[in-house]
Design a protein around this ligand. Sequence first.
Ligand code: SF4
Length: 385
Amino acid sequence: MSTAVALGIPAAPAAVLAPRRQTRQLRVGSVGVGSDHPISVQSMTTTKTHDVNATLQQIAELTAAGCDIVRVACPRQEDADALATIARKSQIPVIADIHFQPRYIFAAIDAGCAAVRVNPGNIKEFDGRVGEVAKAAAAAGIPIRIGVNAGSLDKRMLEKYGKATPEALVESALWEASLFEEHGFGDIKISVKHNDPVIMVEAYRQLAAACDYPLHLGVTEAGPAFQGTIKSAVAFGALLSEGIGDTIRVSLSAPPAEEIKVGSQILQSLNLRPRKLEIVSCPSCGRAQVDVYTLADQVTAGLEGMEVPLRVAVMGCVVNGPGEAREADLGVASGNGKGQIFVKGEVIKTVPEHLIVETLIEEALRLAEQMGTGEGTGGPVVEVG
Ligand code: SF4
């Protein structure tokens, strides 16, 4: 006898920890930024921007990894000259990242970039140029990110506060925003980055309370992949769980596509983006009857890139194994050289240990196909039994 089991995306929106902080809305090219829009994930290219082919190649890789918005550096005239081609050929909106030279702001706007990031702390005589920048950005219909960074804080703030405190970061950002507002320009988003998550979180909390600008979250210079991932997850998690944050960039000393993976996973973990593949695997212990690490690694590798929300449980023994495996879309509870394979709470078969991985992958692909076609009512259905 077969049993119809509903699978897939829940009908109701997944629970989140807090409602989004209400902000004004912006458009960065095709991507909406603000509380009416999903939280976007950004990264920044590491190529020389003037190497157009290499930069476009990296943007294509980032796009494939799920990047929503990409930023490119513009330190020299030859980089500014490359912006028009990059902006035109990129599949995702391109933001020009401008430090030091105000003239590149205008070049980026003329080149058709979807937004410009300015660092008020190091652009020469920036306050005096805000009117011109506001006028050019308004004419082009693009927003400006005021990107304050602890490492390049406006020296007036450094003199006033002694160091890059949360108050100093926030005051610098809001001061620049007020200059734009004086010129009638309000399409602004703000970042106040610091490498210390505690200072960063406090700065964003203060900023969130003081304005309605969309906020770009970032822990600057977060470090190599492991440390940077932890710092970003902790800091973004604190803020996002309070509803703060509209676009995020994880900064890692690692290939930029890694930043996208981490950023996407942070959002998925908090139900701020639909979950895709989720492996629920136990840490193993003295009761384990299979090599859980290898099993989990092999299943993860075999299912990499899966685009449907599938929860796969890989459990080492019968203590929590059947319970977790039952709760997942698909799972295995191992013991005595065998694995019980569960699909949506039902044991569909028992296989010898050496067939666990291939059976799980086979079943996952079968479920994914059914979920992808959305068979049945209220979500995809799998026939079990
Ligand atoms: S499921 Fe079994 S092996 Fe895994 S941690 Fe729990 S008790 Fe240990």
